[in-house]
Design a protein around this ligand. Structure first.
Ligand code: ADP
Ligand code: ZN
Ligand code: MG
Length: 472
């Protein structure tokens, strides 16, 4: 039988606040075990939580970044469960009244994925299992790190839709400075809910939930495995049970963690120690107007106002620092297409070869803008511009002085070039004869000889025209 997969996501994102969500401990990745803790985030009796305003702001920003409604009223609840990574034995979360609801993101250009809600909660600690010693150790540094959880409707039908959505969420949260969205470090973690139904049906099947996927690749593999596993059950006349499963990256498979019958009864109730979060209309519109330009808006600016091809615009936007660099360069030299070409091809080549990132290169967007202008004004050739960029990249320096010091300023002296061409023609009579007999390919060789003698400064266009003329 052919089946239609149905997928919904729950995405946890760590917020980029200075301190934790209910205490003053530092919110930072890493650090020695149990050094960033205090009586509050250790859940010691008698302590009281105090809500971090910054976390509320960032959660609201996440809402605006995903076209949600940000609510004037939201409130916290206690989710009770006992597990050693949670010293209080309850997690403070928003259950009944989340801060944001009813958002959406478009994938594949036109498919709308609805976001049910975004709520604020606290992260739990980490358990480190030492199989050798046969013990588990608890690190509570992550306890009380502020999270948002983004919950979608079950609107996905393919792996590609899921992956594009996750990429878009990550990019938007980075642009808005809400979350650094480093899946490999766990600052963004994806739970995938998946069910299948016979093709053509509209009755959703029973879902399994795969927890804590930490790369796009793992998401793809886990979904694929899960579709096959569930299809095999149904094909054999069985029924899929609702359960939580863990993905194993080494095997590419998923294993049951707990079924619905074993599921926790969380006994949610309103958190008595934290008053509701109240945002006035003014507060909300102030947060809205503090939003920077989002990647999807930037994409439209690049394609519609600047005339860049979709693919180029997408590549630039997909890295915020790269895109900021581009924006600064085209502000100085609005040659949108040429600046984009030089960055996407040559600058990217240098970045890839050096493994540097755009934020630590030694020249400025203004330098790049000037280099593009030098090339379009015919002061240096296109090839020379690439060489100059490489020198700027390796050693820093200003494009004009690099061009002067290295003989890159284009020589437009026709008679000098003519003399060189005559010399090349007389020294390569065999090749010239072959060319005249119809061997077009040999032209490149002759051009190469001309450029070799004329040096970096040769005007290649002029050389090509003169050589063609002389060979007639
Ligand atoms: P619960 O209240 O049991 O946690 P929710 O309605 O909140 O369930 O859904 C949790 C997640 O599961 C959401 O991401 C949602 O999109 C997804 N989901 C719900 N039903 C299905 C289904 N039949 N197949 C796949 N995903 C589903
Ligand atoms: Zn603390
Ligand atoms: Mg749920």
């Amino acid at each position: 039988m052919r089946y239609q997969p149905v997928i919904g996501l729950e995405i946890h994102c760590e917020l980029l606040t200075e301190s934790k969500v209910f205490c003053a401990c530092k919110n930072e990745f890493g650090g020695s075990e149990n050094t960033r803790v205090c009586p509050r985030c250790l859940g010691l009796p008698g302590t009281l939580p105090l809500i971090n305003k910054g976390a509320v702001m960032l959660a609201a920003k996440a809402g605006f970044a995903t076209d949600c409604i940000v609510h004037n009223y939201s409130a916290f609840d206690r989710k009770n469960y006992f597990y050693p990574d949670l010293p209080k034995a309850y997690q403070i979360t928003q259950f009944e009244s989340p801060i944001c609801t009813d958002g959406h993101i478009t994938v594949h250009g036109s498919k709308n994925i609805r976001i049910n809600r975004i709520h604020i909660e606290e992260d739990a600690g980490k358990l480190i299992h030492d199989d050798y010693e046969g013990v588990s150790m608890a690190d509570y540094n992550r306890c009380g790190v502020p999270l948002i959880e983004i919950v979608t409707e079950p609107d996905f039908r393919t792996i590609e839709e899921v992956q594009e959505f996750v990429e878009q969420i990550a990019l938007r949260l980075k642009y808005a400075d809400v979350c650094d969205a480093r899946m490999e470090q766990g600052s963004m973690r994806v739970d995938v809910n998946i069910s299948i139904m016979p093709e053509g049906s509209s009755d959703f099947g029973t879902r399994a939930e795969i927890k804590n996927l930490n790369s796009l690749k793992a998401i793809g593999r886990a979904i694929k495995y899960e579709i096959n596993r569930q299809a095999e059950i149904l094909d054999n006349g069985g029924t899929v049970i609702q359960e939580t499963r863990r993905y194993n990256d080494n095997h590419g498979d998923t294993k049951a963690l707990r079924s619905k019958e074993e599921a926790h009864d969380y006994r949610y109730f309103p958190e008595p120690d934290i008053p509701p979060v109240l945002l006035s209309d003014e507060d909300i519109s102030a947060i809205r107007s503090s939003m920077p330009e989002m990647p999807q808006q930037r994409f439209i600016r690049y394609t519609q106002d600047y005339g860049l091809p979709n693919e180029d615009a997408g590549l630039i936007v997909s890295n915020r620092e790269f895109s900021n660099f581009y924006d600064k360069a085209v502000k100085i030299n609005p040659d949108y297409k040429q600046v984009s070409n030089l960055m996407l091809v040559e600058l990217n080549r240098n970045l890839n070869e050096s493994e540097k990132s755009i934020s630590d290169i030694s020249f400025t967007p203004a330098d790049l803008a000037e280099l593009v202008k030098m090339s379009s004004d015919g002061i240096v050739s296109k090839n020379a511009a690439k060489d100059i960029l490489k020198i700027m990249f390796d050693n820093g320096g200003k494009p004009m002085s690099i061009a002067k010091n290295n003989g890159f300023i284009m020589n437009n002296d026709i008679s000098g070039l003519e003399a060189i061409i005559s010399q090349v023609i007389s020294e390569n009579s065999d090749s010239v004869a072959s060319y005249k007999n119809g061997n077009q390919k040999i032209f490149g060789f002759l051009m190469g000889q001309v450029i070799r003698l004329a040096g970096n400064s040769a005007n290649p266009k002029m050389a090509r025209e003169l050589l063609t003329e002389k060979l007639k």
